[in-house]
Design a protein around this ligand. Sequence first.
Ligand SMILES: [Zn+2]
Length: 86
Amino acid sequence: MSTCKHLNFKVHADCGRMVEEHERVSIPNEVKPQTVQVDLTIECADCKAPLQFLGLRPGLNLQGAACSPDGLEARLACIIQDRSKP
Ligand SMILES: [Zn+2]
C-alpha cells in the first residue's frame, strides 16, 4: 500500500481535431462547429498512481464522453466555442 497522500496531480491532455463528414465533401466549415477529441489522463505527481475515471463507458463517443477499457484515459468530444456569436 502506498504511503503517498496523493496531494498533487499531473494532467496530460492530447487534443485532436476531428475531421467531419462535411469537410470530406467540401461543405464550408461554418456549417458545423469543429469537433475536438480530447484524451485526458491524470496521475499523482508524486507517486505516479493513475486516476481511474468513473461513470464513463469504455469506447469512443463522438457526441460525448467515454474512456479507455481500463478507465485510465477519458475521451471527451468537445466543440470549439464560437465567440463571434452572442
Ligand atoms: Zn500519490
